[in-house]
Write a protein that binds this ligand. Structure first.
Ligand code: UGA
Length: 433
């Protein structure tokens, strides 16, 4: 059984069924379950709809609105994965409300079994969960996910590693069987180690982004080129090239919340981290710094390409793009937005404060400035001659430092990002490279 059909739970359920298990997915959102029963995925995640439709056809995947229904349908439930939201509280701590509700119910619907927490929750919560389950015959495990939205199915099927935090070796063996078809190193650890490893992974990645983003601002100041710096850093195997792309800040539902929860967790144990909290402060400053580059935007028409926090997703949670658009609107700009997938979610965030275009080229019509805020490949491949004809000031602000600058400049566009130095300061043309 998988409880929770969000970005994590649905991928877990669909992929487990593709691995040959019989899976019942549960969600209390009746509308969502009704749409899933019709094979309609409530959000955009490449490859997920096909897995779900296949699973339903093979009778290895079904959807229910209560745990009891799922248990009745399955008969025996060996493993229950809990993948519900763990949002952050005002004070940065992790909100376990949904976990509590789910495991309390689980304790009553299951006679015995293994409850595996997929949601990201802090170490030190094991006893609380046992208390909420109030069923000594249900064991507990932690199996954190390392899925990137937009790439989740691929990440599930080809993981870098599988982390199994269990209380007994029998439970570790059971979970090894669940994942036996996946080829990846398996780490059998304690529940606390698994939980901390997840927070550590997200905080490490977020800190890396915070650092390269600050270095991009420094590149601006000293007129160096951050794209060349990124490449030079990435070729050092001790640093590595992945997760080193600078821009106007990172987003998503995980990094900001997990970073703050790790700092909060340490503080509650009496340890004040000097490194962790500033990661979030630098991230906010990064998007503020980017917006300042636009200068006075009052009365200007600005077109925005990209609203999702990442390419290949429709998710706008904590998206820097949304924060940037709000700032431009507040500064008096008339903003017209476009995203290939995230228009509906963006509408919930931005309401009628902006105009919504049907295509990227519609968005730029008659605009003064264009800004690109999500790394969708179609933005990179835009017809820059057409863009030049539409964008009156011929300025393009690249919030992801990913657009083809040289080509755009050949079309007469001025490209600005963070740490993208002007042409005269860039690398000299040399034949020795
Ligand atoms: C992140 C982690 O990468 C996953 O391993 C983890 O499982 C997940 O959080 C989670 O805890 O659920 P996600 O937030 O979905 O995944 O997406 P990422 O690909 O990590 O991107 C996060 C943000 O960083 C995005 O805004 C992205 O644009 C930004 N980013 C990423 C950069 O600015 N530069 C980069 O080089 C890479």
């Amino acid at each position: 059984m998988v409880v929770g059909t969000g970005y994590v739970g649905l991928v877990q359920g669909a992929c487990l069924s593709a691995l040959g298990h019989t899976v019942a997915c549960v969600d209390i959102d009746e509308q969502k379950v009704a749409s899933l029963k019709n094979g309609v995925v409530p959000f955009f995640e490449p490859g997920l709809d096909i897995l779900i439709q296949d699973g339903m056809k093979q009778n290895t995947l079904a959807f229910y609105t209560s745990q009891q229904q799922a248990v009745d349908a399955l008969g025996t439930v060996d493993v229950t994965f809990v993948a519900v939201q763990t949002p952050r509280n005002e004070d940065g701590s992790c909100n376990l409300g949904a976990i509590k509700a789910v495991v309390t119910e689980l304790g009553t619907v299951l006679e015995e079994g293994l409850c595996v927490i997929k949601s990201t929750i802090p170490p030190g919560t094991k006893e609380d969960i046992h208390t909420w389950m109030n069923n000594p015959r249900i064991r507990l495990a932690s199996n954190p996910e390392f899925l990137r939205e937009g790439n989740s199915v691929e990440d599930f099927m080809h993981p870098d590693r599988i982390v199994l935090g269990t209380e007994t070796k029998e439970d570790a063996n059971l979970l090894c069987e669940v994942y036996e078809k996946l080829e990846a190193p398996v780490h059998i650890v304690s529940v606390e180690t698994a939980q901390l490893a997840k927070y550590a992974a997200n905080t490490m990645l977020a800190s890396r982004l915070a650092l390269i983003n600050e270095i991009a601002i420094i590149a601006d100041i000293v007129q160096a080129d951050i794209k060349d710096v990124e490449q030079i850093l990435g070729e050092d195997p001790r640093i590595g090239s992945r997760f080193l792309r600078s821009g106007a800040g990172f987003g998503g539902s995980c990094f900001p919340k997990d970073v703050l929860a790790l700092a909060d967790m340490a503080a509650r144990k009496g340890f004040e981290s000097l490194l962790i909290e500033p990661i979030i402060k630098t991230n906010t400053r990064q998007s503020d710094y980017f917006v300042q580059k636009f200068g006075d935007v009052k009365g200007k028409r600005i077109s925005v390409w990209g609203l999702a926090f990442n390419k290949d997703t429709d998710d706008t949670r904590e998206s820097p793009a949304i924060a940037i658009v709000k700032q431009l609107v507040a500064a008096g700009a008339e903003v017209c937005v476009y995203d290939p997938q995230a228009m509906e979610n963006a509408q919930n965030d931005l309401g009628d404060s902006v105009q919504y275009a049907d295509s990227m080229m519609d968005a730029v019509q008659e605009s003064d400035i264009l800004t690109v805020l999500t790394e969708w490949p179609e933005f990179q491949q835009a017809d820059w001659a057409l863009v030049k004809n539409q964008v009156k000031e011929a300025r393009v602000f690249d919030g992801k430092n990913f657009l083809p600058r040289d080509m755009m400049e050949e079309h007469g566009l001025i490209v600005e990002g963070i740490g993208l130095c002007h042409k005269e300061h860039r690398r000299p043309q040399s034949t020795c490279e």
